[in-house]
Design a protein around this ligand. Structure first.
Ligand code: DGJ
Length: 722
């Protein structure tokens, strides 16, 4: 697990299949020496002597220069010219930090991160944490680097805590993790990017000399770039090649990138975006960075994803719903938008209950003076025009149908046309003297303020107490502009974005722990804040506002690069689809939504008898298979980004059930035959499908035949181990 080799000054961090090695050079410089496949023999430190080779580097250690070293946590201002892990400006105006190794501790388990979401461990997990203290003598600053090794999960988490024991400083950069590699001239960078309704496309590019990165400056992790990157060997695919995954447990502005120097040394980094950020630390104040989750796979992207999936499902998500079967929802948004009343909602719920749906969710429009999206956000009490009998009456009627009742909120926002804004115009993020520009007629509440956070907590909690509400959809529908806070002094305005996130996490921690029996789902115009930070508080996220089945194949596939299907809200909607106008077969819509957290987003009263029959069967199938989709291992067999087909395989935890979901983007007449080879099976075992018996080796080497035609563009194969 974690070990310090005294003789050679080396730290070894071992999981079951990986090693991570650091060394202390001349008792001072913390070097990053290795991360990759598990080393069975001691690390050969002679490599360090080859690092004294570059012309024009200032030499700060005899013949050596920190500019030429692979460093564990680099600093700005002196010899190292690359992008730093740490950068601060001190009271005397200087900007140099030189961190040297001080000491270390190794403890069992994993301490929580103060005020921030993070992975955790359970009693019997093989988990240890190494904390290394780095110290700047002149400025009296300590940086505590934390490494938690999840041995059985094959994952390492990292974060840094900066403690200022000297005079006031202003922190400009404090990365959660940086990893330097040598000999990385030939690798690729994979990112998940997009925008509203087209989240998490997979984009790959060659790493070139210089800096390449993904980042958010939107105030949320955003749909534009996900707080994730992977560095991989050229051509790495689902099963082959080396992949290094970096994911930030944070929901705000981030940066993740890789800088390749002229000698093909690669510095990778992930953390809070230094752009627009600075944080004042007075004497004795400290700063905790968010956590980065690092996963290495020598077997391509598939293995990396399965590691993230398992870790997030079981050691990031929390509470009753982590392990419980979640609800099958019907949400009224696409069925009615703002045009609803109690009668309509009950009619939708009634039909849904007849096909086995167990939860009716009332979306936007139930509160304040909200008759469209121009007013009411912030006023969390019933809209008497919409619900003259109140929420309680509606919840009771839904409960009488044997269903749970769920409710939508967008607590972080306010419409200028609201009681709340009229009373507290200074409660929004704003900058003195500047106009605050609206998105969707709304402004962002200033969650860096405790009074605003407490208002949100009390107003949401009082609604949750009022009626039997068992599910909450927590929405957030704009990015942040004119970021500033009325309460913070001028020199602390650079802290607002991060303090907003701390405020949000405080609100979420308080509300979710006051209502442990409520299932929470996050949403940000769909998947605009689909990140591990939100999953810590809410185990599922509405994946995208694009509910078209064909589009969803790609959105869900891209999302699965990091996040498990158990975290993806996925609903069947009407056709022509409201986002793209496309018509897809009802069965395909059910099949595509099924591996996620399944539900409906339409008025089933408008469906034909045939469609209702398919929907009813889909709910039955889902209940039977949800544990395979959500607790099992997922293998991506065909990518809808690359082919007309999407094929995903799920193997149950006990390995006895294998489900393969095959969907075709477009039907082709007289299409060629496609053999889809399965993966991850026991090659010596036999598997049955519809009365036929196949060998595991047959299925992995020959596969199943899929031939698409207009009747048959989506299929599900369920194999049972004999
Ligand atoms: C955006 C969400 O993504 C939708 O599902 C819906 O809840 C609307 N907001 C409501 O305003």
């Amino acid at each position: 697990m974690i070990r310090f080799d005294n003789e050679n000054n080396l730290f070894y961090l071992d999981t079951k299949t990986t090693s991570y090695v650091m060394g202390v050079f001349e008792n001072k410089v913390l070097l990053h020496l290795y991360w990759g496949e598990k080393l069975l023999n001691p690390f050969n430190t002679s490599i360090i002597s080859t690092m004294k080779r570059r012309p024009l580097s200032a030499r700060d250690y005899g013949e050596y220069s920190t500019n030429d070293f692979p460093l564990e946590y680099s600093t700005f201002g002196s010899v190292d010219m690359r992008l730093p892990a740490f950068d601060a400006v001190y009271a005397d105006g200087s900007r140099i930090t030189r961190l040297v190794y001080a000491d270390y501790t190794i403890t069992n388990g994993k301490p929580a991160l103060q005020g921030l979401p993070a992975t955790y461990c359970e009693a019997n997990d093989k988990v240890e944490t190494l904390t290394i203290r780095l110290h700047d003598d002149l400025k009296n600053v300590d940086v505590y680097l934390s490494y938690t090794v999840f041995e059985d999960f094959n994952a390492i988490t990292r974060s840094a805590r900066i403690v200022n024991n000297g005079e006031r400083l202003v922190l400009n950069t404090a990365m959660s993790a940086t990893v330097d590699y040598f000999g990385m001239g030939d690798c690729e960078f994979l990112q998940l990017d997009g925008h509203w309704c087209r989240e998490r496309n997979i984009t790959r590019r060659n790493v070139v000399h210089g800096n390449q990165n993904v980042e958010s400056r939107y105030g949320a992790s955003s749909a534009i770039h996900n707080p994730f990157m992977a560095i991989c060997s050229k051509g790495a695919d689902e099963r082959n090649g080396e992949v290094y995954g970096f994911n930030l447990v944070y929901s705000g502005n981030f940066t993740a990138g890789a800088e390749l120097d002229p000698y093909n040394c690669l510095r990778t980094y992930i953390g809070i975006n230094p752009f627009g950020f600075n944080y004042v630390l007075e004497n004795k104040e400290e700063f905790q960075t968010p956590e980065a989750v690092l996963v290495y796979s020598s077997n391509g992207f598939g293995e990396m994803s399965r590691i993230y999936h398992k870790l997030y499902r079981t050691r990031l998500c929390r509470g009753k719903f982590r392990d419980a079967d979640r609800f099958v929802l019907i949400n009224n948004w696409e069925a009615t938008y703002f045009d609803f009343n109690e009668e309509k909602l009950v009619a939708i719920a009634k039909k849904a209950s007849q096909i086995g749906v167990d939860t009716m969710v009332l979306d936007d429009g139930w509160f304040g003076a909200r008759n469209d999206d121009r007013a009411g956000l912030g006023d969390w009490y019933e809209n008497p025009d919409r619900l003259p009998n109140g929420l309680n009456s509606l919840a009771n009627k839904i409960n009488d149908l044997g269903m749970h009742f769920g409710l939508w909120f967008e607590p972080e926002m306010v419409n200028p046309d609201s009681e709340l804004y009229r009373k507290h115009p200074d409660w929004v993020l704003h900058t003195k003297g500047r106009e605050s520009f609206e998105t969707r007629y709304q402004l962002t509440l200033d969650l860096s303020r405790k009074d605003v956070c407490d208002y949100i907590i009390e107003s949401v909690c009082s609604v949750l107490q009022k009626a039997n509400i068992e599910y909450v959809k927590w929405d957030m529908n704009r990015y942040m502009t004119e970021v500033g806070s009325a309460l913070l002094p001028n020199d602390r305005q650079g802290e607002v974005m991060h303090r907003y996130m701390l405020g949000l996490y405080y609100v979420l921690e308080t509300i979710t722990s006051r209502f442990p029996d409520v299932l929470f789902e996050s949403c940000a115009s769909g998947g605009g804040r689909f990140d591990p930070g939100m999953l810590y508080y809410m185990p599922q996220t509405w994946t995208s506002d694009d509910s078209d089945a064909e589009e969803r194949l790609m959105i869900q596939y891209g999302t699965s690069i990091v996040y498990p299907y158990s975290s993806m809200g996925a609903h069947v909607s009407t056709c022509p689809n409201h986002q793209v106008g496309r018509t897809t077969p009802f069965k395909m819509r059910c099949n595509v939504a099924m591996p996620g957290q399944f539900g409906f987003e339409l008025d089933l009263n408008k469906c034909s008898e045939k469609e209702l029959e398919i929907a009813k069967q889909a709910v039955r199938d889902y209940r039977e298979l949800q544990r395979v989709f959500h607790n099992g291992n997922c293998y991506r067999l065909r990518s809808p980004f690359e082919t007309n087909l999407s094929a995903i395989e799920f193997i149950s935890e006990d390995e006895n059930t294998v489900v393969v979901c095959v969907d075709c983007k477009k039907a082709t007449p007289n299409s060629p035959e496609e053999f889809i080879r399965l993966a991850g099976l026991d090659k010596t075992a036999l598997y049955s499908l519809d009365g036929e018996i196949y060998g595991g080796d047959y299925l992995m080497n020959i596969g199943i035949l899929f031939k698409n035609n207009s009747e048959h563009i989506s299929n599900r194969y369920i194999f049972n181990k004999c």
